[in-house]
Design a protein around this ligand. Structure first.
Ligand code: IPE
Ligand code: IPE
Ligand code: MG
Length: 249
């Protein structure tokens, strides 16, 4: 059988974004439109995550960050929070073999101290099991908030200063970035948000200073390689100037 969507790819003639970051939104709306409970949408969202990671690995994207749970998402009903964490546990369990085969590495950002020791242990085990891979790096943002991350970096630097290991004037953008959860990860080139929303919701505040932004109208459970290719193509047609002037052709 032919899969027309499989033919849709980013442009071969211009560079790919090195790092794509996605605010996966609209699971609840997707479920509601089908008369189903919100968790039904989260479950379908996990499939969209798999599809998206697969396409990124195949196309040679180097980093993919996925906003899976924000520091503000604890405000949701306890049952939904529990269901989301259960989905995460299951994803970690079921995906290792497939991720290993695809050459994918996994890393986590966010304040994971808030999770149970058992879940943290599983996160560490999965990351370690994939540590030898050299393909796509997936970065899962869990209990992640941009402001929280910046405050934690400040605390780490203040501790170093108090211990006399650095002076206040040693703090540069580079040193600061090295104390963020994303140390050693290139800044996102492209931020995609689904469900037509146009806000950052506390996502990668520091790192997205010069990211290109793309809003996709589809709810996350419907996101697929066609939508991803459209976002990447839109990115490939933009001119990035970083405050300077566009380079002459
Ligand atoms: C995104 O979908 C998933 C998470 C935030 C974990 P939502 O659950 O926010 O879906 P909507 O925005 O209510 O439709
Ligand atoms: C952002 O989505 C968080 C994640 C995708 C994990 P939300 O649905 O929580 O954001 P708001 O509340 O609409 O800004
Ligand atoms: Mg939402």
């Amino acid at each position: 059988m032919s899969h027309p969507h499989r033919e849709i790819r980013p442009f071969a003639s211009s560079p790919l974004p090195r790092h794509i970051a996605i605010i996966m939104d609209g699971n609840g709306r997707w479920a509601r439109r089908r008369g189903k409970p919100r968790i039904f949408g989260h479950r379908a969202g996990a499939e969209a995550l798999r599809r998206t990671a697969e396409a990124c690995a195949e196309w040679g994207i180097s980093h993919l960050t996925l906003y899976a749970f924000s520091t503000e998402n604890w405000r949701r009903p306890e049952g939904e929070v529990r269901a989301l964490l259960a989905l995460l546990r299951r994803y970690l369990q079921e995906s290792v073999a497939d991720l290993r085969r695809r050459g994918v590495r996994l890393r986590f950002i966010g304040d994971v101290q808030r999770f149970s020791p058992a879940l943290r242990k599983r996160m560490e085990e999965v990351a370690a099991a994939l540590g030898g891979n050299r393909g796509l790096q997936i970065i899962l943002a869990l209990n992640y908030g941009g402001r929280d991350e910046i405050v934690r970096a400040c605390r780490a630097l203040a501790r170093l200063a108090a211990a006399g290991e650095i002076a206040a004037d040693d703090i540069s953008e580079e040193l600061f970035a090295r104390h963020l959860d994303t140390a050693d990860v290139p800044d996102p080139d492209l931020v995609i948000r689904t469900a037509g929303e146009m806000r950052l919701s506390n996502f990668l505040l520091w790192q997205t200073a010069y990211a290109e932004y793309y809003s996709s109208p589809v709810c996350w459970p419907d996101f697929n390689r066609l939508e991803l290719a459209a976002a990447i193509r839109a990115f490939q047609m933009r001119t990035r100037k970083f405050g300077g002037l566009a380079s002459p052709l």
